[in-house]
Design a protein around this ligand. Structure first.
Ligand SMILES: [Mn+2]
Length: 298
């Protein structure tokens, strides 16, 4: 697997130059090709410097985020929608300036548990706003990858099929799905079937365990997931995402309910994840070859 990424919060939630440098170095040294930065604030970071460091280590980069309540583009309040649109435009610029092509995460509504279901009006407002952002993002060669998350983190897109319907409504070629095995394990009828069903619209993938710790130590059927990815010929980035109370981001750690310490040694964690994903995909390829082998007598 040549397109393997890692979420920067495995390394650090900080954005000082030292912390970023260490995160880049460890990503590179452990054999990953992409680093994903979450909630990176361009005001706190020397973006030019970071872009150069990413390029010099031959890494790719993605940026992820969840819209805040005050930037929810599905809101009935036009000023909140406008704020969200500006947040998304700025995030697209950040991706471009870092040398990346993918913006990912919860981009269609705010991140967090909602008290009400989504309305048709909320859906339509989100679709029309995101369509405008996507049109401008085309000029920067950036795709918008909508993360499909579980019901406790969003009320709008909880399944890949809902994401496909949303994308169809935008009519935009650069709006794609960001699927995450942790969330899919909660919401999909069958994770492998959902991946197959959404095949041609998947732009980005998060690989996370059911408790968000070491891969293979929870209850997700990763063999079925790797089989599905091989079956659809998925050839884009797969990014390992894991959280522990060892590394706390005030925003993301609270919204994703990280209350337990599932690891302290992030090098062991990342090294294990790279081997787990690589071996899983290689095994799935061997299985696919074996079931297709005619084995006729020679
Ligand atoms: Mn995720």
């Amino acid at each position: 697997m040549s397109k393997l990424g890692i979420h920067s919060f495995v390394w650090s939630a900080g954005s000082s130059r030292d912390e970023l440098e260490r995160a880049l170095q460890k990503t590179h040294d452990l054999g990953y090709n992409l680093i994903e930065f979450s909630y990176l604030d361009p005001k706190q970071v020397d973006v030019d410097w970071l872009a150069k460091r990413i390029a010099s280590l031959n890494l790719s980069v993605s940026v992820s985020m969840g819209l805040p309540q005050e930037g929810d583009i599905s809101s009935e309040d036009a000023s909140i929608v406008k704020n969200g649109e500006a947040i998304l435009d700025n995030a697209v610029k950040l991706v471009r300036d870092l040398g990346g092509t993918k913006l990912a995460g919860i981009l269609n509504s705010s991140h967090g548990k909602q008290e009400k279901g989504p309305t048709r009006k909320a859906w339509d407002t989100s679709v029309s706003t995101l369509t405008k952002v996507a049109e401008r993002a085309k000029g920067s060669d950036v795709t918008l990858n909508l993360e499909i998350v579980n019901r406790f983190e969003s009320n709008m897109l909880n399944t890949a099929a809902q994401g496909l319907a949303f994308i169809a409504d935008t009519g935009a070629s650069n709006v794609l799905l960001h699927l995450d095995t942790f969330h899919m394990n909660i919401e999909e009828a069958d994770v492998g079937l959902a991946i197959r069903h959404a095949a041609d619209k998947i732009g980005y993938i998060h690989i996370g365990e059911s408790h968000r710790g070491f891969l293979g130590t929870g209850n997700i059927n990763f063999a079925a997931i790797f089989d599905a990815l091989v079956a659809i010929g998925y050839d884009d980035y797969v990014t390992f995402e894991s959280f522990s109370t060892a590394i706390v981001d005030e925003d993301l750690s609270l919204k994703t309910a990280i209350w337990r310490n599932l690891w302290t040694d992030n090098v062991e964690l990342a090294d294990h994840a790279r081997r787990f994903i690589s071996l899983g995909l290689e095994t799935a390829k061997r299985k696919a070859e074996l079931v297709a082998a005619p084995h006729t007598p020679g």
